[in-house]
Design a protein around this ligand. Structure first.
Ligand SMILES: *Cc1c(COP(=O)(O)O)cnc(C)c1O
Length: 391
């Protein structure tokens, strides 16, 4: 759909845009511009180049992609930090309740951040982690916050966000969603589902670049009363009054913490330009076509690989995983032949489908290469068993 707008190395079929999106060609020029602003404007760039307003401007552009109102999303920090901040805010909305409910398909950092937060809050709080299919059964009047990631990072299994949010609300719990594998992958309608809080990242399907800032959403009717928890100076009503007392800024502005990453926001801005004339519904439809084609090609060509993702495309996000005891070596053999996916322990090889820069010819070619690796046991090579730090 937009392949010409991305830099993709020759001979590479990139099936890992669910982990780190590729470089939008315009991002390089936008980064040069930001460098020049820094060089020439020095500290006046905060005003003259609009750096200080950028977290809100970018937040508004992301809001459009996740069904959120203007001024309800803001960018900054990393997703781990935003998880901490959102969960703290959610817990403070339900002071009489003690339990955070999550599932074991969640990304570990979300669970780690929750554990760390609960330890420091010093109330009698606990984290309850259940199987993804059992979340609904555990929603009751003990749950303060239901904290879930919509799409499982390993298998692509997708929760029914609207139904679970409704059930959380029927039980008096706050709903908090991590959209890391949803934003830019599939339509999200935060306003319709009425969740109180959401977070997500911009370097996966949104292509903001390695280290691009995360985003946070607070439902507009709560934004003026929400406790920001990480009360940083840029979330203050008047940061440059240098007051010794913290007074939260209006609405979503209070979820800012410290100095925003200006260079990284420049690349994100260029990446978001691409989304201006793309319909997320078209992206989703194309992603389903690509993933269905990949599953059918791989199952025909590679009978020893086991599909680990839901077979029904409506029940998965935009990635597909297969398991095999030699998954790690198989993925290394794929990467050596230009097909870049990734590996998630213990045995899953994972492929992301990103229609902005992938077409059916790429998918079939990737399946052909995988078939050759499997039928000729090309993965059976000691160099493919050496584990790198990032898998
Ligand atoms: C990718 C991802 C993260 C990563 O968090 P960072 O702080 O950006 O490293 C967190 N949670 C989920 C659900 C993710 O998919």
């Amino acid at each position: 759909m937009k392949k010409h707008l991305f830099h993709l190395p020759d001979g590479v079929i990139y099936l890992d845009g669910n982990s780190l999106g590729p470089l939008p060609i315009a991002a390089a020029a936008r980064l040069d511009q930001a460098r020049d602003e820094w060089a020439d404007l020095l500290i006046t760039g905060w005003n003259k180049a609009g750096w200080m307003a950028q977290p809100q401007r970018l937040g508004n552009r992301i809001a459009r992609l996740i069904g959120a109102a203007d001024n309800s999303v803001i960018v900054g920090d990393t997703l781990s930090i935003k998880v901490f901040q959102a969960l703290a805010a959610g817990l403070n909305m339900r002071p009489g309740r003690q339990v955070v409910l999550s599932d074991n398909g969640n990304f570990p950092t979300d669970l780690y951040m929750a554990e760390g937060l609960l330890r420091t809050m010093g109330r009698d709080l606990s984290l309850k982690v259940v199987d993804p299919e059992d979340v609904a059964d555990h929603l009751d009047d003990s749950i303060a916050v239901m904290m879930l990631t919509e799409v499982d990072y390993r298998t692509g299994r997708k929760h029914d966000m609207a139904a679970l949010t409704r059930l959380a609300h029927e039980n008096g719990a706050v709903a908090m969603w991590d959209l890391a594998h949803s934003a830019g992958a599939l339509p999200v309608d935060l306003a319709a589902c009425n969740a109180e809080l959401a977070v997500g990242c911009t370097y996966k399907y949104l292509n903001g670049g390695p280290g691009a800032p995360a985003f946070i959403y607070v439902r507009p009717d709560l934004a003026d009363s929400v406790d920001p928890a990480l009360a940083g100076w840029l979330g203050h009503q008047a940061p440059f009054a240098f007051d010794l007392d913290y007074r939260p800024a209006e609405a979503i502005g209070r979820m800012r913490v410290g100095t925003p990453p200006v260079l990284q926001m420049a690349t994100l801005e260029a990446a978001l330009d691409i989304w201006d004339d793309v319909s997320i519904h078209d992206v989703r439809a194309r992603s389903i076509t690509l993933s269905e084609r990949f599953i059918s090609e791989v199952e025909t060509r590679c009978p020893n690989l086991t599909l680990a993702s839901p077979r029904n495309p409506d029940e998965r996000g935009s990635q597909v995983s297969f398991t095999h005891p030699e998954g790690y070596a198989i993925m290394q053999a794929l990467i050596a032949r230009g097909v870049i996916g990734d590996f998630r322990a213990p045995d899953a090889i994972r492929f992301g489908f990103t229609p902005l820069y992938l077409d059916e010819a790429d998918i079939v070619k990737a399946a052909e290469i995988l078939e050759q690796i499997m039928t000729e046991s090309l993965w059976d090579n000691p160099t493919y068993r050496v584990r790198a730090a990032v898998t």
